[in-house]
Ligand binder design. Structure first.
Ligand SMILES: [Ca+2]
Ligand SMILES: [Ca+2]
Length: 159
């Protein structure tokens, strides 16, 4: 009974019997049943970041906070774990696209891409390409609608 059932994520989701283990661990760590942004950063070891990197982490947190109450509850937490641990590449890309599209207009423009790049670079502390070079490269490669790379459309995710 219950074999193969999953919560919050279809076939690739965490099995129902494992959910209980996750739930216990979550409640042990966060007795209020809610994880704050501060706790989220602590969990991932992302403290003391510079401003750009911090903004990026805040954005990640916000995409996981699906009911927008400012906290991650258990259902949101398990959905996030599902995505990160077991999600298909397509799901991850869609999530990442949502993350990049900070004004939520359904496409990623040069400024949004630049923001993400700066944040990721701040997190990694590496510098191989300049931000401008990176943005031009990505937009050029994904210029599906032939607008000269002005915007990045989600079309590439569904092909
Ligand atoms: Ca929430
Ligand atoms: Ca946008």
């Amino acid at each position: 009974m219950g074999n193969g059932e999953s919560v919050a994520g279809g076939q690739t989701g965490i099995l129902a019997q494992d959910t209980y283990v996750w739930y216990r661990a979550f409640m042990m760590e966060y007795p209020s049943g809610l994880q704050t942004l501060h706790e989220f950063k602590a969990l991932l070891g992302l403290q003391g970041l510079n401003q750009k990197a911090n903004q990026h982490v805040d954005q990640v947190y916000n995409t996981f906070d699906t009911n927008k109450d400012g906290f991650i509850d258990f259902v949101e937490f398990i959905a996030a774990v599902n995505l990160v641990v077991q999600g298909k590449i397509e799901q991850k890309l869609k999530w990442y696209f949502k993350l990049c599209d900070s004004d939520g207009n359904g496409s990623i423009d040069k400024k949004e891409l630049l923001n993400i790049f700066m944040a990721v670079q701040a997190l990694n502390g590496q510098q191989t390409l300049s931000p401008e070079e990176f943005v031009n490269l990505v937009l050029h490669k994904t210029d599906i609608n032939n607008d000269g790379g002005a915007t990045l459309l989600p079309a590439f995710l569904t092909q």
